[in-house]
Design a binder for this molecule. Structure first.
Ligand code: A5A
Ligand code: ZN
Length: 481
């Protein structure tokens, strides 16, 4: 009977090959998000999901805190400020929620719920920036933002309330310094995603797809299991566009007034969408040890008299906990199989089983969540053995994700080939870089150009499929979220 119930439970999660169904079910079964909140595009973090968020965001905080300061600006932006930067307005006006009333009174000046915070932060930067000695300024905040998205909303991926918007806003003396900061931002994001074992591609967005008000946009993308790319971070060079509208000036060494140069860069809970989608499997969540809420679960294997085994399990738990390893012990009355199932769903990287035979050998059995592989390890060395496996698990998760990405990048020579290949991932094709050719390519393919990637992936030789000119630039195209 117990066996049968477990079997039935196992069928809750659809196979990952049916990605969309699998993703939706996993959010609930893995207790990440509850999608039943009665407003479209707004979702609820379960405590377990929120813990994943907390651990994930502590990684980005750690990276930023090296030379950024965390601050907090208001959620409400007066219409008068919001309407200052023409390009920015054009980009966001259809996505803004407006607060028009205070109680029954109509407000004199409408207030926007921030869709992003340039227009909340930069009026303050105008006051804060005085001299070149005040620069650079590097501030970030982690907040909720609101976007009235009209495309299909999806938990963690396209939200109307983005709950975990990490946005950094920097101010520099020169355009070149700001450009260096944009490079630094993409390096930080790549490092962040490395720690989540997620492979990324960095590319410069085509000029028609840049952030409203920016000189240019660099984007970080990853490839999801359903062969569509997800933009999981962006860094924008704002030039002095906002500095001019918000009058952000500094006095240079010669005593002359200069407009400042700015950047901003952001990520959201899409990072967690990528984390669970890329590593998860048919049994549920799979977490890299760095972010797993529970890193090790200990399951006592009991036959009859069990005192000794329970004691050994608790000793191991205490030992691992003392070493800073997040450890749980499952002493419930369920059968081991049911326990395995539950902790596998939760993505726990390592399971330790201790039964009579293990104890006799002064050993434990460890099972890796990512590969299912089983080994016997000596109890004497448990902390070291566990930490060693954490490193191996992290590396193999990254390797597996990275080969899966590489296998789904296809070199193409014609539009027809691109159309065919993007069903299976990312198409790489020569592009002269001209706007007209790029737009024609997007139109013909029915999908976007992500950009010309950094590094080797962005260079090669070929002819632009539209104007036929020879070029050394390779662009990547994909179906996107
Ligand atoms: N101020 C800058 C940083 C900005 O707003 N940039 S952005 O519009 O590109 O957003 C930053 C990142 O947030 C995007 O790269 C994307 O990963 C994420 N994002 C944007 N809209 C989102 C939405 N509706 N739901 C979830 N994530 C979103
Ligand atoms: Zn061309």
């Amino acid at each position: 009977m117990a066996e049968k119930q477990t079997e039935e439970k196992k069928s809750v999660l659809p196979s990952k090959s049916d990605f969309s169904e699998w993703y939706n079910e996993l959010l609930l079964a893995g207790e990440i998000m509850d999608v039943r909140y009665p407003v479209k595009g707004l979702y609820v973090w379960f405590p377990f999901g929120f813990e994943v968020r907390k651990r994930t965001y502590s990684l980005i905080r750690e990276l930023l805190d090296k030379d950024h300061k965390e601050a907090l600006f208001p959620l409400l932006i007066p219409e008068t400020e919001f309407m200052k930067e023409a390009e920015h307005i054009k980009g966001f006006e259809n996505e803004v929620y407006w607060v028009t009333h205070g109680g029954k009174n109509e407000l004199d000046v409408k207030l926007a719920l921030r869709p992003t915070s340039e227009t909340a932060i930069y009026p303050m930067y105008k006051v804060w920036v005085r001299s070149h000695a005040d620069l650079p300024i590097k501030i970030y905040q982690i907040v909720n933002t609101f976007r009235y998205e009209t495309k299909h909303t999806r938990p963690l991926i396209r939200l109307r309330e983005i709950t975990s918007f990490k946005e950094a806003h920097t101010v520099h003396a020169t355009w070149d310094e700001a450009a260096e900061q944009v490079r630094e931002a993409t390096r930080i994001y790549q490092e962040f995603y490395m720690r989540l074992a997620i492979p990324t591609i960095v590319s410069k967005r085509p000029e028609w797809d840049k952030f409203p008000g920016a000189d240019y946009t660099m984007a970080v993308d990853t490839l999801m299991p359903d062969n569509k790319t997800l933009q999981i971070g962006t860094a924008h060079h704002l030039g002095s566009n906002f500095a001019k509208t918000f009058d952000i000036k500094y006095e240079d060494a010669k005593g002359e007034q200069q407009y400042a140069h700015q950047t901003c860069y952001g990520i959201s809970e899409r990072s967690i969408a990528a984390l669970i989608s890329i590593h998860g499997d048919d049994k549920g969540l799979v977490f890299p040890p760095l972010v797993a809420p529970v890193q090790v679960v200990i399951i006592p294997i009991l036959f009859g008299k069990s005192e000794e085994i329970i004691t050994a399990c608790r000793q191991v738990r205490d030992c691992l906990t003392a070493a800073g390893i997040r450890t749980a012990i499952d002493e419930s009355d369920e059968r081991p199989g049911a326990k395995y199932y539950r902790w596998e769903m939760k993505g726990v990287p390592l399971r330790i089983e201790i039964g009579p035979r293990d104890l006799k050998n002064n050993a434990a059995t460890v099972v890796r969540r990512d590969s299912g592989s089983k080994e016997s390890i000596p109890l004497g060395n448990i902390v070291e053995e566990v930490n060693k496996r954490f490193r191996v698990i992290h590396e193999s998760l990254y390797e597996r994700a990275n080969s899966s990405l590489k296998e789904r990048i296809f070199d193409c020579e014609s539009i027809e080939e691109v159309k065919d290949k993007i069903q299976g991932g990312i198409a790489r094709i020569a592009w002269c870089g001209e706007r007209e050719c790029g737009l024609a390519m997007e139109e013909a393919v029915g999908a976007g150009i992500l950009g010309i990637p950094e590094g080797d992936m962005g260079s090669g030789t070929g002819n632009c499929p539209v104007c036929k000119k020879e070029t050394g630039n390779m662009a990547i195209m994909a179906r996107t979220y």
